[in-house]
Every structure is written in C-alpha cells, then in structure tokens.
Design a protein around this ligand. Structure first.
Ligand SMILES: Cc1ncc(COP(=O)(O)O)c(C=O)c1O
Length: 395
C-alpha cells in the first residue's frame, strides 16, 4: 500500500533544518538561545516535524502565531517551551495554562482580566507571559514607557502570571539601509534601561528575527526568533548575497506526469486558450494546480524541471492541473517533475518563484496547503509523512 495516492508531494529535508540551526548556532553568541518559529504549519513545511528536528539539533524553544498552533505541537508530544507571538483572546488563558504555553501580552487590562480568570480556575493556573514592545513595527505591543510600566506593574501584582520575557520585532532588518532597524534597537534598549532604572530585573530578552540575526548577531540578547532561515531561505536578496550565513533550503515540490500529448495541428491548451501548441510540440499534464497553493499567476510564466531541464508552463494553471511544454519531446507518463527545488544541475528556488509572483519566498512556501502530502527525509531517505487532507486520519 502507498502512503498516499496522489502523484504530487512536498519533500522536506530534515537534515537541512538541522544544518540551518547549526549554521545559526555558529553565527550568534553562545549565550543566545534559538527559538524556532514554526507558525503557519512551519511556513508550510509541517510544524511538528520541523519543530522536533529543530529542537533535536540545538533549538531551545518554539514559537507560533496563535494558541491553536501551539496546542497542536503539545498534542504531538512536544514538551519544549512554546511562545505564542500573536494576540490571544483573554478567554483562552485557561487553555494556555493547561497546556503550559507562554503568551504575549501588551495591555494591563488583559493582564488583570487573565489574572482574575486564572485565579478562579480549578485546573492549572500558572501562565508565563512575554511583554511585546512596539519599537517601530506598528503592529502589536506597548509603545511608551508609561504603557510598559503599567503592564509590568500589573504582572508584578499577579500571583498567577509570570513575567518570563520581553521582546520587540524589526520591520526592516532585511534591508541594506539599517537606519530603521538601528532606531528600533536603540528604542528597545531605552525601554529596557527604563525598566532597570525602576529596579526591575529583566526576564528573557529577545528581538532578532532571521534578518536581524544574520545582520546583527550581536543583538541576540537571550534568544533569536528564527523563522524563514530555519527553512533555508533568506529574508531578502540583500542578505542572501552578503553570504554571512550559508543556508540549505529544506523544501522541494514534486509531481509526476499524468498525460502526454503531441500536437498534430495547432492545439489550444487550458482555460481561455491562452496558449496554442504548434504542430509537433509535446505537452505534458501535471496533477497540481492553484487549489494546492501553486499560484495561477504562474500561468504562461513559470517553469518546471524535467530530466534536469527547464520546461515552461503553458496555458493557465487550473485548479488541479497544469501543463508544461517538453521541448526535448522525451516525456512519459510517470516521469518526475520538480516544480520547486533541484533536479540534476538545475534548480528552481522559492526566491525565483516569488519574483515571478511579485511576492516573497515566505508566501510561496506558506501557500502550499493541506492537499499536498509532505514526506520527510533524513540522509535522503523517507522517514515519515503527513497528509492533512484526511484531517487527523492518515490516509
Ligand atoms: C514576532 C515575530 N518574531 C519572529 C518572526 C520570524 O521572522 P522571520 O521568519 O523573518 O525569521 C516572526 C515572523 O513573522 C514574527 O512575527
């Protein structure tokens, strides 16, 4: 029996995840821990598998965007510290405490409400929280010293919440112009000093995402929050080209040819008949489409790899299928085709696809969805798989 029936799959190289953790371990100060960011199902790679691999290779804790993502990790048996980076509705604090998941806070009212809820609960009622400081991202977090002190004072009054961390997030650390990042870093330092001058001992301090960790490893404080580069991708072309940290991409997207046809007369291809194959052209149909997260914007633009050669996508990407022109006319049903990743000497990077789509590599990876099975590799061999089309049922 096959693990899944689809002839389209994602391969995630867990050795690449481990290598990327090691690369950062060498790049940042020894006293700085690594928090592996596995939100959005591990940026499309699979949060549980990536989280375990990261922890096994030197990461100290995990971070996600929302409490539900954290609970998935706990239910999978992960016991390492987990921080929710985003907003959590206060009526979920009992669940966070029950699963021992740290939350992000930035409002004194929230702290007081959470304290009252947890004081009244029958179950576990201790909860770690990290205070988020907005130093220039304009998203979540306290902005002034006064707001910060209100939150910290409320935490000190609480007998159920523990002030476990303080952090900020950079908006422009991936850019060649470091003015904005330096301004944010300076502001963060001012607010930390203000707390210390009021006699507060600082808990765990963290501010670096991948970009800041690459560009300013000396800003590591107690931990970096390593997201995109955990997966072997650079936050920007600028940091990629600088070459300060060598990363190994973990994800490949592969499929097999489902149908091959040769045009004996002009043959229109796909919806809208936007491509007309000339007589003699060979067209192969691949079983992947925009419903899998393979963008329709790649219609008549993207490429794939067949037998180590680039083959252009022709016609519109359909919901479940896409066509490529095989210039060597040597395609057969069942041949492997690589959409993202390496085949022979050729490679299609997520950066290249992102550029074609007018977006960033983060989105290209995150778009791949539950319909595509993931297989996990160690030393080039499959060690596990996950196909979420069946929900919790493995098909
Ligand atoms: C608060 C926070 N920290 C860290 C990260 C990781 O960032 P990156 O993927 O750029 O490393 C993110 C991701 O957006 C985030 O929102």
């Amino acid at each position: 029996m096959k693990w899944f029936c689809r002839d389209t799959w994602i391969e995630v190289d867990l050795d690449a995840i481990a290598a990327n953790v090691t690369a950062f371990r060498r790049h940042i100060p020894a006293s700085t821990a690594i928090m592996a960011v596995v939100k959005a199902d591990g940026y499309g790679h699979g949060a549980v598998h990536v989280g375990r691999a990261a922890l096994a290779s030197g990461a100290d804790s995990l971070a996600v965007a929302m409490l539900d993502e954290a609970i998935v990790l706990r239910k999978a048996g992960i016991t390492a510290p987990i921080l929710v980076l985003g907003y959590t509705p206060v009526d979920s604090v009992e669940q966070a405490a029950a699963y021992n998941i740290a939350l992000t806070v930035y409002h004194a009212d929230w702290v007081e409400q959470a304290t009252r809820i947890l004081q009244g609960t029958d179950g576990p009622n201790r909860l770690d929280v990290h205070v988020k400081v907005d130093t220039g991202m304009g998203r979540l977090g306290v902005r002034t010293e006064q707001e910060l002190l209100l939150v910290v004072e409320a935490l000190h009054r609480s007998d159920v919440l523990t002030w476990a961390g303080i952090f900020t997030h950079f908006a422009c650390a991936d850019e060649p112009d470091t003015t904005h990042a330096a301004g944010q870093h300076a502001r963060f330092g001012e607010l930390l000093s203000a707390l210390q001058s009021k006699g507060y001992a600082l808990p765990m301090v963290h501010c670096c995402n991948s970009a800041a960790a690459i560009a300013f490893p000396e800003w590591g404080y107690d931990a970096i929050r390593l997201g995109i580069s955990l997966y072997g991708l650079y936050p920007s072309a600028h940091l990629r080209d600088q070459g300060a940290v060598r990363l190994t991409p973990a994800l490949s997207l592969k499929t097999r040819i489902a149908h091959v046809k040769s045009a004996d007369q002009p043959m229109t291809v796909s919806y809208g008949a936007t491509y007309v194959a000339a007589p003699g052209e060979q067209i192969a149909t691949l079983p992947i489409g925009y419903a899998d997260g393979f963008s329709r914007l790649l219609s008549n633009r993207g490429t794939a790899l067949h037998k180590g050669r680039r083959v252009p996508i022709v016609g519109r990407v359909c919901m479940d299928q896409v066509m490529v022109r095989i210039e060597a006319k040597d395609a057969e049903v069942g041949d492997e085709v690589v959409l993202y990743g390496r085949q022979g000497a050729e490679q299609i990077t997520l950066d290249e696809v992102a550029e074609q789509l007018g977006t960033i590599n983060y989105e290209v990876a995150c778009m791949l969805n539950y319909r595509v099975p993931r297989v996990y590799l160690r030393e080039g061999r499959i060690v596990d798989y996950c196909h979420q089309i069946g929900g919790s049922v493995k098909l």
